[in-house]
Ligand binder design. Structure first.
Ligand code: AMP
Ligand code: ZN
Length: 666
């Protein structure tokens, strides 16, 4: 091994260990800063020494590859469903069936929580990650390896030096904390929040941009090891071994010596599940001995040796005291039920979403009603109905508000919108402060020393009515305000000044154009390079940009059509905010590969794969991870996969070398 190779392996091992400690053991052993530094060091070394490329290097976890069409893969072993049960009787019946089948043997069980997410089948070959396939129809699923690799609790190289080849199955989940954070950010971007963690987790698997998946706080909880001949006697042993190999097998798994212990487990977790960091809707009971599992086998759709038990979804009744209406920064109105406080699923619930006017009408909910409240997959509890028997006399149907609760403007509801809107964009106090609060938020202009409450205070005192006004603020105007001291005023002014260095794509996001979230802002910045180009772009032009749909395009057009917005944007420019991509980013950008789609395969000399893909994108091309009729060229390095070659030949896609590519972009 050369010195460089040794250094590379050393860094990989170290980063692997820190990843494991942090994401599997939940025990950080390095600061984020130092981790990033080491990762960067490794990235640089790999980039300079592409011959040491390794698909399972920790550098591969940041994502960046684009998959247009996920390849369909047949499962080596079928992925079955589970039979459901809802009572102790169901479970006792199941045990009896098994006993009859096996002839009254002593049975041990394992109990695991039923993790609520999307199932995944991970393939390992000689101790290394090979591919990840979704459940699909049970017989075949989609190869989502590029996305799955970005989930850091999934080991790419096994810990115990094992060189085994096997499959391991688990559930991709989105823990509640992370889910709430993602929704917070969506709300800040004026987008609708995701409904529940499960759908969001399963939607993540099929995102085309793996970098976007890498940004999501997904986790993978493992529940079954599969191979033709497993070197274990029991399911429990197999999972313990998986834990040693570095997989995240939840510690909540329990070995039960008899069915009564199973019942104890069900009872315990019926309430305790609400303390878990992720969602579960039941328990999976499995026969522990693998020999018995084999003997029992499968029905047409599920194993006979396992049974899912579903918890009753918790529902309570309480009284609806009041309906209030919230105004978002985009003017969208959300009705909120104010409830008599009630305990539900481990928390005290005081408020629940009523979604929109149609929903209120549909369930005919009225003030004073006794309502059923449920916490299903959704985080915010919802009202699912009314107990009409308990309706007090003399109630009247709920009349949805017609005027904005803050500015009293007549609300409008556009064709196709579920929500009502306050159209008083520039006069409605809640919208005004909401937009400024979005502008200063962490993911936008990230202005230190200025918080949401201070924005409201500045607005109430007539010092700001839009975000451009922030840049005119003087310290002497701020100090006299309530709760303001010399020092905090100074910090605020300093923070505002520093924000002039924030990059263009964040400025674009900060403007708060509806549907222009962080990712869209990045795409627009990259495509248009500066604000003027974007302002001049026509609808037709916009919808031709990758991933910009008609809804986004129209919203951008509407925003810049408005002279008030244009004035504000022009003022921001004169204050010196960044209105174009910086020189360093710009220099490498060309349009030479516009409209071309590339697939990259094999090992290269001049570029690492990451660098090659970046170069393609910098030059206006697109990278796809699978070959299709849309592929323009395959850039083949050493050791291009034979299946890719075959597919390319079949579809008649041209294969070019690394040198051909370099000549092309020169
Ligand atoms: P169902 O989709 O209702 O038929 O249930 C089967 C699914 O439950 C499997 O495909 C898994 O994705 C999921 N599941 C969650 N937790 C477990 C677990 N501990 N053991 C087995 N399957 C589980
Ligand atoms: Zn209003």
């Amino acid at each position: 091994m050369s010195d460089i190779q040794i250094k590379i392996e050393e860094l990989r091992g170290e980063l692997r260990k820190h990843n494991y400690n942090y994401y599997v053991l939940d025990n950080a052993t390095i600061s984020d800063f130092d981790f990033d530094k080491k990762l960067k060091e490794l990235q640089d070394l790999e980039e300079k020494n592409p011959k040491y490329f390794d698909t399972n290097s920790p550098t591969q976890r940041v994502g960046g590859s684009i998959t247009k069409n996920f390849e369909t893969v047949k499962h080596k072993h079928r992925m079955y469903s589970l039979d459901n049960s809802y009572s102790k009787e169901d479970i006792l019946d199941w045990e009896q069936r098994i006993q009859k089948n096996l002839g009254d043997v002593d049975l041990e069980y394992t109990c695991e929580l039923k993790y609520d997410g999307a199932s995944i089948n991970l393939y390992y070959k000689n101790g290394q990650f090979e591919k990840a396939v979704t459940r699909g129809d049970g017989f075949q699923g989609d190869d989502v390896s590029a996305n799955i690799k970005t989930i850091k609790s999934i080991p790419l190289i096994l810990k115990n030096n094992s060189h085994r080849t096997f499959e391991i199955r688990g559930e991709i989940v989105l823990p509640l904390d992370g889910f709430n954070k993602m929704n917070q950010e969506r709300l800040e971007a004026g987008e609708d929040p995701y409904r529940n963690p499960r759908n969001t987790a399963s939607g993540s698997l099929k995102l085309q941009d793996s970098a976007e998946v890498a940004d999501r706080p997904l986790d993978c909880l493992l529940y079954q090891v599969v191979a033709d001949d497993l070197p274990f006697k029991t399911h429990f042993e197999a999972l313990q071994d998986a834990t040693k190999a570095g997989f995240k097998v939840p510690k909540t798994i329990q070995l039960c010596e008899n069915i009564n212990q199973v019942f104890e487990f069900l009872e315990l977790w019926d309430t305790k599940r609400h303390e878990l960091p992720y969602e579960t809707d039941g328990v999976v009971i499995k026969v522990n001995a693998l020999a018995y599992q084999d003997e029992l086998g499968y029905t047409a759709k599920s194993p006979r040796w396992a049974l899912a038990y579903k918890f009753k979804s918790e529902q309570v009744t309480t009284i609806l005291n009041e309906i209030t209406y919230q105004v978002g920064r985009t003017g969208a109105i959300t009705p909120v039920a104010n409830l008599e406080p009630v305990a539900l699923a481990g928390t005290i619930v005081k408020r629940a979403s009523l979604h929109n006017a149609d929903q209120i009408e549909k369930i005919d909910v009225r003030i004073g009603d006794t309502v059923f409240v449920e916490k299903g997959g959704e985080i915010i509890p919802k009202i699912i109905g009314v107990d009409f028997d308990k309706r007090p006399e003399q109630t009247t149907p709920t009349k949805y508000i017609t005027q904005c609760p803050t500015c009293n403007t007549q609300l409008v509801r556009k064709e196709g919108d579920a929500k009502h809107f306050c159209p008083n964009e520039f006069g409605c106090p809640t919208q005004i402060t909401g937009r400024i609060q979005h502008f200063i938020s962490r993911k936008a202009m990230n202005i230190d020393g200025l918080g949401a409450e201070t924005v409201a205070l500045l607005y109430e005192n007539g010092l700001i009515t839009n975000y451009a006004d922030l840049y005119d603020l003087q310290q002497s105007q701020i100090v006299p305000l309530e709760r303001m001291a010399e020092k905090s005023a100074k910090n605020m002014i300093q923070g505002i000044e520093t924000s002039k260095e924030i990059p263009f794509e964040k400025v674009l996001f900060a403007l708060g154009i509806r549907f222009v979230g962080e990712t869209v802002a990045k795409k627009l910045a990259k495509h248009y390079k500066n604000m003027d180009n974007l302002i001049r772009a026509s609808f037709e032009d916009l919808v031709h940009v990758d991933e910009i749909g008609e809804r986004i395009a129209q919203s951008i057009i509407d925003f810049f059509k408005n002279s008030i917005n244009i004035d504000i944007v022009n003022r921001l420019k004169t204050y010196g905010l960044k209105f174009s991509l910086d020189e360093a980013t710009l220099q490498n950008q060309t349009e030479k590969l516009n409209g071309l789609v590339f697939v990259v395969s094999g090992v290269f000399y001049e570029f690492s794969r990451v660098a090659l893909k970046k170069s393609i994108e910098d030059n206006g091309g697109k990278v796809s991870s699978s070959i299709s009729k849309k592929t323009s060229y395959i850039i083949a390095g050493d050791n291009m996969g034979p299946s890719k070659k075959e597919k390319a030949d079949k579809l008649g896609v041209a294969i070019i070398s690394e040198n051909d590519y370099i000549n092309r972009i020169k």
